[in-house]
Design a protein around this ligand. Sequence first.
Ligand code: SF4
Length: 768
Amino acid sequence: MKRSNLCVTQPVETEDIKLSNIKTIAAGVPAITSSVNHMIKELNPKICASTLFSVNQVDGFDCPGCAWPDPDDAEDRSSLGEYCENGVKAIAEEATTERIENSFFEKYSVQELSQWSDYKLGKSGRLTHPMYLPKGKNHYEPVSWEKAFDLIAEELHGLDHPNEAIFYTSGKTTNEAAFVYQLFVRQFGTNNMPDCSNMCHETSGVALSETLGIGKGSVRLEDFYITDLIMIVGQNPGTNHPRMMTALQKAKRAGAKIISVNPLPETGLMRFKHPQSPTDILSSGTQLTDLFLQVKINEDLALFKAILKLLLEKERANPNTIFDHEFIQNKTDGYDELVASLEDVNVAELAQQAGLTLEQVEEAAELIANAKKMIICWAMGITQHKNGVANIQELVNLLLLKGSIGKPGAGTCPVRGHSNVQGDRTMGVWEKLKPELAKNLEKNFDFVPPKEEGYNTVNSIKAMHEGKAKFFFGMGGNFMSATPDTAYTAEALQNCSMTVQVSTKLNRGHLVTGDAALILPCLGRTERDIQASGKQFVSVENSMGVVHQSNGSLEPASNMLMSEVGIVCCLAKAVLENSKTDWLGFMEDYDRIRCAVEKTIPGFKNYNQRVREPGGFYLPNGAREGNFDTNNNKAHLTVNQVPNHQLEAHQYRMMTIRSHDQFNTTIYGLNDRYRGIENGRRVIMMHPDDIKKSGFQKGDYVDLIGYHEGKKRVAPHFMIVEYDIPQQCVATYFPETNILVPIDSYASECKTPASKLVIIELESSNYR
Ligand code: SF4
């Protein structure tokens, strides 16, 4: 039953957008000013300093932002604080003094709140009490925890089959919570465990598992300081992984070269001033990128293929000087097929297709040819595509031919955007249940886990839309705004009999709900977690596969909050009447969970002891050691097809991106400082010549139109902003334009939504 008058997308608001030039230097004093502003606005001044000096320190809490690693050794961590501007925003957002009391929900119906932007919803403050939205009602009501768990248990017991329930996980969920969550869900009888990784690095996982035998990156942080060359592809570190700029600066000072591949000249790729370095502040900072390749959207593979061809020509001209034939011979297969596939490659044509000059591609090939050790970093710019897997496998080809995997200073580096997204997958949160985990769960917990593959994110949305799934549970996150095809996803969630969200703050997923809905407010990463056995710590896994502890120390925002672990264990107790698992025992002492993990998940021997060591421990990683856990223990060189995008003159390739004041769907502010866009978000960044050709002018408002399989999708009222972007390529922010990303447009291997390439047209805006 759909509630009426509900705004499921970002409401169109009048904005007074201010434009300025693209910034040429990242961080520096402006990052300090911005951080202080966010801290002062949100936090109790008394806790500002202690919080900043605790984040990412060995005995502190892990930043709830991205998954960029901390220096291994405590003494290498900055005594002035191991955080960045966007880490500060993430902390301020969570540790805000703003509170949502029960009166808030008495005052506002879900329909009224749905007219607020995600930014305004998030700024309402921390959730403080479990809330229930009964069927047929429009206002949330306070409910006791016990009643809430009983309501969910009743709903789950009422389903015809466990596969009618979906259990989503956001990447902020810690290891301990993720492990008991997957155990509960599998004991309930389903593998419907979609997670945010489905929408971001799933293509990385597929590509790397197939070619190298492990779905994770192989490098360590220290490899950046001893490498010859770093390629940064489809990633914007300045906003999404800012402390990476510190590592890039150190790499540059150690003599490394940097090639950046991106449709946008992102400031954080160009020049950096370390905010904690007076020398930097007083100077022009450090130039990062040596060669910037402004590739057209989704033409990365054309570029990589052209580079491979040039390297092959160089190798043939001077045998055994470019390719590491000993490595290729001993560690890989598929070389002959790859070389054969390059014979007819026309480099000039591919350079043009990529939107680059032949000279630029040749310069890149020269830099790569001269590098003995290289690291390739990437993010959503190449993963969120229909050919995301092929994009990444072509990068792996480059590294394998250079023998740049499995040795210090070299390797793969998919940079994770969420603090524990990699850890959740390691804990077993996935719609696919690995045979070894199934065997260990059966052995250790005396039940037979379901074997049938569950729904990933796209399939979950479809199952809810088709009525095959009737119950949705979100462990953190903002499924409603993070997912593609907003209108379709809203219908899917509203098709459910019940939706439940475990959250710290209000978001659109609390307003676009099933017939009945529950909000279960949990502790944040910064907050103290006291259980029956005393103060607890949790653990997370960063992008480099380091598992380390996180100790929250702040007073919880409310005494009615429960920890993620507590919520799952009490829920399991309420739902699984015959379970033999000591759920309350797990809740009382998280060491017991880690003991269970040690018995169930490979790589966690002496988990409790090693996680207490300063900095934690590295998980095993075969590719890092040059051991490839593939079908033949060889790394696979692959042949990948260059996509052929045919656009009409009035069509554009649109990519959805984050602003600098944003972390996934959490909107910290309305400014995108580096790109010179302030006080608004409904903008479309376009090339000046495209604006001229379109008949519109910069500053005009247009509706963005997407046609997919005959269905028209409209994102209304975006201001045209003249921007340095390749022609027929445009950029907009999500979640505002997720409504244009079709549910059926995804990477075929794993259904990662193709959010980085949507073909759109423009129409004059009808919004008044
Ligand atoms: S780089 Fe990422 S993990 Fe580190 S402080 Fe910034 S947001 Fe947090």
